[in-house]
Design a protein around this ligand. Structure first.
Ligand code: CP3
Length: 344
């Protein structure tokens, strides 16, 4: 059976696999010289994401080099906003810039289905990657969660204190809910197309779930994620879904209980003691080595990798970082982590 050899899918089905499967967020990126070479062939970052040839190559590079158990589609969480008609650009040193919205009607230019249809090059990438992957590697599709994607549209850029989006959450909750609903519906179609093209698991990135008051966390993280997961299930999508509410802290158990995600991605600040005490025993977890420790390397890196392996030995666990690989990460340190996981 094809899926029997896929360790990552086995874990997502609730099996504790030893040694655990491993992949790293942002494994395709600037720490790899081959990535920089591929990137130099694209006009800009969006062009890169929309080129099935280049995006397929970028997705496969970390698989070839490291033999990761999971391949994450090379794309970006902001593509959906571009497809919905907002101008999105990536400036050097500035991060992403998004045409700022001031009302839910600003997102009504393109219907959710039409927006998803515009992302056809991404589905082409998914099917090419699927065809090029070793049979033991799991292909992960993804999107941003409604709050995190809405935040970029409301803020207009990533490098802000996020107070505009938070003030919408407190002062314009109905407008924010309407924005999130439109993004969520487009995202559901987008993810469904990724699965049709060959994605075997999905991940929802909620990168800005951090620090929210609990009542707002329920409104902007839990409720919209629950709605999106339910919508995907209603559309007949049965693949496992990994939720990544970065910075959820003590809200994690409620997130897991309420949203219906199959597994949870843990961030750098997650505590194994808290996780094991508060999340259901068989719940698959993914994480959560500090990407900055991966840069430093040495004895403390080895010790922390062993500590995380031990902490989650009793439950379904996918080894990963707590956030993305940084550009300055030495390749030898990634190799060291993989060796420790696989050979002890
Ligand atoms: O291996 C992978 O994970 C590649 C696929 C991927 C990218 N972005 C490629 C990318 C994924 C899963 C993402 C998700 C993403 N994008 C998130 C959620 C995860 C997180 O980091 O919290 C967010 C918030 C974004 C938005 C975004 N895209 C930012 C803030 C930036 C700039 C930051 C930076 O590193 O420059 C991007 C650009 C981006 N997306 C890059 C990559 C490889 C860097 C572009 C480059 O090559 O210069």
């Amino acid at each position: 059976m094809a899926s029997a050899v896929k360790k990552l899918l086995a874990v997502l089905s609730g099996e504790a696999v030893k040694p655990p499967p491993v992949w790293m967020m942002r494994q395709a990126g600037r720490h790899l010289p081959e990535y920089l070479e591929t990137r130099s062939r694209a006009k800009d970052f969006l062009d890169f994401c929309y080129s099935p040839t280049l995006a397929t190559e970028a997705t496969l590079q970390p698989i070839r080099r490291y033999g990761m158990d999971g391949a994450i589609l090379f794309a970006d969480i902001l593509l959906i906003l571009d497809a919905m008609g907002l101008k999105v650009t990536f400036e050097k040193g500035e991060g992403p810039l998004v045409e700022q919205i001031s009302a839910p009607s600003d997102l009504a230019r393109v219907s959710p289905q039409k927006a998803a249809d515009r992302l056809a090059p991404v589905y082409e990438t998914v099917s090419r990657v699927k065809a090029g992957l070793p049979k033991e590697t799991t292909l992960i599709g993804f999107a941003g969660s409604p709050w995190t994607v809405s935040l970029y549209a409301v803020e207009g850029r990533g490098k802000t204190d996020k107070s505009t989006a938070w003030r919408w959450a407190h002062g314009r909750p109905d407008d924010l809910a309407a924005v999130m609903d439109q993004i969520s519906e487009a995202t559901a179609h987008y993810l469904a197309h990724q699965v049709e093209a060959g994605a075997e698991a999905l991940m929802l990135f909620d990168s800005w779930a951090e620090g929210l008051p609990d009542n707002i966390f329920r409104e902007v993280i839990i409720a919209p994620t629950k709605k999106l997961v339910a919508r995907l299930r209603e559309m007949g999508i049965t693949v496992p879904i990994i939720g990544f509410p970065r910075g959820a802290g003590v809200m994690l158990p409620e997130y897991v209980r309420e949203t219906g995600v199959t597994a949870v991605g843990l961030d750098t600040a997650a505590s194994p003691v808290f996780v094991n005490a508060s999340l259901p025993e068989g719940l698959p977890v993914q994480g959560h080595l500090d990407p900055l420790l991966l840069i430093e390397g040495g004895g403390r890196l080895d010790a922390r990798v062993r500590e995380l392996l031990d902490a989650y030995a009793g439950r379904p666990h996918i080894f990963n970082l707590g956030h993305g690989v940084r550009p300055e990460t030495p390749i030898a340190h990634v190799e060291r982590v993989l060796d420790l996981i696989r050979n002890g």
